[in-house]
Write a protein that binds this ligand. Sequence first.
Ligand code: SF4
Ligand code: SF4
Length: 462
Amino acid sequence: MESVKISPYTIPGEMAEMKACSLFMNSGKHHFLFNPEFGTSILLDGVHTDQILSGAPGDDLQFKLIQRGFMEVPGSNSCISGESIMPSFFIIDLTQACNFRCAYCFRHLNQKSTTISDHNLEAIVGYISDHCLRNNLTDVNVQPWGGEPLLAWKKIIRMHDLFLEKGLRPIFVIESNAGLITKEIAAEAFSRDIRIGVSIDGPPDLHNSQRKLASGRPSFEKMYEGMQNLRNAGFGQRHGVITVLTRNGYPYVEEILEYFAVELSIDRLRLNVVKDSPMMKDKNLCLTEDEITDFNLRLVKKLIELNRRGYPITEINVMDKLNNLLTRKRVNICNSRGCMGGKKMVAFDQDGRIFPCDITDYKEEAVGSVFDGKNLIEMLEQAHLQNQFFRPKQDPDCSGCDWAFFCKGGCTNAILYKKGEISGIDRQECITNKTLYPALIQMIIHEPEILKTMTKNQIEIV
Ligand code: SF4
Ligand code: SF4
């Protein structure tokens, strides 16, 4: 695919000016015009592409270009791209205990097994509720976090009840190893609409090679039983799936996806490449930069193949990036337009300290505490001026990069875990963006009919 940088130009006889943008051209009937300043796009046919290239867009095209911020009329309102500070997603560290010992875990579980006290839990719920009520947020999105959060199931239920008593609508999302999901827990989760995502790393042998029970025994059977309990309780296939891709799984990306789609009837999963951290015991599990590129290309290719064969499976990172390219919706609360930590989400540790993301092992990164008597927005505004977490992330490559609007240097947390300080960019996300976005543009141009299933009916190109 060819990428052409369009330099700013004025159109003879018109007030509006065309801004710098990128045109992705391929052999297909359509081409993709992308506006790196605001993350907006337009699919162009051959005639309109020629108009852009010759510096003379027609009236109908100019209208669309102005709407999407490619052209600016002097004196008119321009596109807005800022993000206000208004957390609506709350991660709460309930327990550091875990019944599994995964090869890539970077929490030192053998040394820590504390669980939050009722007093602190109630203080955190009260603090979040005050914030939501003060700012007219009726939905409160909560991720109970650990360790294995289901070890603190009773606390999760208590928390759910407390939010209901405050008149809020709690939307709970839990990521679990599923080893503790009994029929009773599954039934209660279903009746409360508590969403549980299950961690599965692939077919049994691969899963067992990196996800073991605390006893050292393989965990696939336990996970499978928990997942079946969820399905039978009424969730069907609508539970989430989280997969961590390590060097062990890298050669088998296609097999993993085939197994999920065909054997487990999974229609969406989040496939995360393992993040590098000095605290991870086995360095050999991390992928090289070339392997990350190769993985992303194979991921898109295999998803397309499965969808063509009638298996409507998608991957959440792919779905989020398709949404970025085509709708610019903020579908991902974490990183739709750069890191949203401390803007749209915050995390609480077991002592009530508040963090911009789930970096509760780094106490110095706390922005305050629920016991400080300060309101959350003011606390975060202050932290944005002082804390290293909020410094812009930069690399010489970033200026002029097409994906900077969405990326903004990647995940702050990933940088902190890898380097022990926040400096530079998140290389893993950088490589992923530079590979996935062009691959997805190719898909948009050549396989538009697949977008409907790949985005779970959010986008359809007619
Ligand atoms: S630090 Fe990373 S995980 Fe946390 S909000 Fe930012 S991008 Fe998301
Ligand atoms: S980190 Fe990489 S992908 Fe992100 S804006 Fe910078 S150069 Fe672009």
